[in-house]
Design a protein around this ligand. Sequence first.
Ligand code: FAD
Length: 434
Amino acid sequence: MRIAIVGTGVSGLVAAHALHRDHEVTVYEADTRVGGHANTVDVEVGGVIHAVDTGFIVYNDPNYPGFTALLRELGVETQPTEMSFSVTNAGSGLEYRGSNLNTLFAQRRNLTRPSFFRLVTEIVRFNRAARRLVVNEPRWQASDRLPTTGGDDGTSDESIEKFLRRGRYSQSFVEQFLVPFGSAIWSADPSTFTRFPMRSYARFMDNHGLLGLPGRAQWRTITGGSRAYVEALVAPFADRIRLATAVHKVVADPSDRAASKIEVLTDLGPERFDRVIIAAHSDQALEMLADPSASERSVLGSISYQPNTATLHTDARLLPNSRLARASWNYWIDPGGRRATVTYWMNALQAITSERPILLTLNRADAIDPKLVLAEFEYQHPVFDLAAIRAQQRRREIQGARGIYFVGAYWGYGFHEDGVQSALEVARAIRDER
Ligand SMILES: Cc1cc2nc3c(=O)[nH]c(=O)nc-3n(C[C@H](O)[C@H](O)[C@H](O)COP(=O)(O)OP(=O)(O)OC[C@H]3O[C@@H](n4cnc5c(N)ncnc54)[C@H](O)[C@@H]3O)c2cc1C
């Protein structure tokens, strides 16, 4: 079949990888480079060039089985990374750091402040309650991390907000731990993060070993930056990729699924395909459809995205004041702020040695010395509220219904493995069509 794939993030590329041997695949990308959120850039610091990741950075073997298998197949080199987390509360002066995400608050010897001790006690209580919610669920194997219709997600799932109220958790716990941690992981707005459904949150955290149980996954990065895997992945079908070619519209003709009836419109003119896989974000996909069905409108329209500005720079003032509190992920509580404000210490994450620290900061561009800015990027992240989780469960209703499929990390938790699993699921569906 002639198959068009729109978008070269991990989802589009994995779909192309799975289908290009058996089908005539054409891949469209609006940008001038492949990779989407896998975006490594070269920067010069102190006269040395470093390859720095500015989007996708880390993964781990147990929770990324599809991605890990892909890296193995491609022979891509990876390395362990350090995943520590700190919180700075500019208002109260509190700065704390967990040496390891999995055992964030195991360092009880540091608990000198009674308020901090109370915070840790609440974290332990919350983690225990969250674990209880999913204690009988099997661990994710692969595509089961994408919710399905009729699954046990239960559309009546309560929000984190309601769960917190029911458990009488303190404002301090919510503001100084729960929101910073969740907001950092999902680059989510702190003001709305607690709308996230509690069971989905608990499932994700439990599977990633982030509910306080020791001995879970070792996080890793791609040696040389994520572009190393992107280059290896696209090599066999690089000649099928059209860069700087945005798809304006996808026009389906429901009268005849058998013939090449789906039209893809770009500046190059219309082209016809048997199947189209849209690997852009849900809102972009909906916008691309010339005549969306009621289901496509309701499912894709319920999963929204929010913007985040990422600044790559060398301004050390964006790290916590105390050197001891500096971690690979540093969350800054913005008093009254609406957006996630995290600084990734790229030296620690990618084992980079440089004269000045290389930092990637989300949503605090105005605090950075403009002379120390290396680059700036606008990214979008999916928003996971109850409407989105319900829409995810209905994805099979729209997949392939008009010869058009939709892949993307937004079908799961918004991470690389979700993109991989969503692409593999659609590749299987296309194979099974015959
Ligand atoms: C700063 C940051 C850090 C992150 N860190 C991690 C991490 O450490 N680990 C992790 O697992 N995940 C991380 N993520 C999440 C990341 O978003 C996902 O892992 C994943 O890369 C998303 O892939 P995708 O294929 O769904 O979308 P994208 O990678 O966004 O790809 C969509 C593609 O579609 C293209 N496109 C859009 N519209 C059109 C059009 N009209 N025509 C043609 N092409 C179009 C876009 O240009 C883009 O290339 C991070 C994200 C960000 C932004």
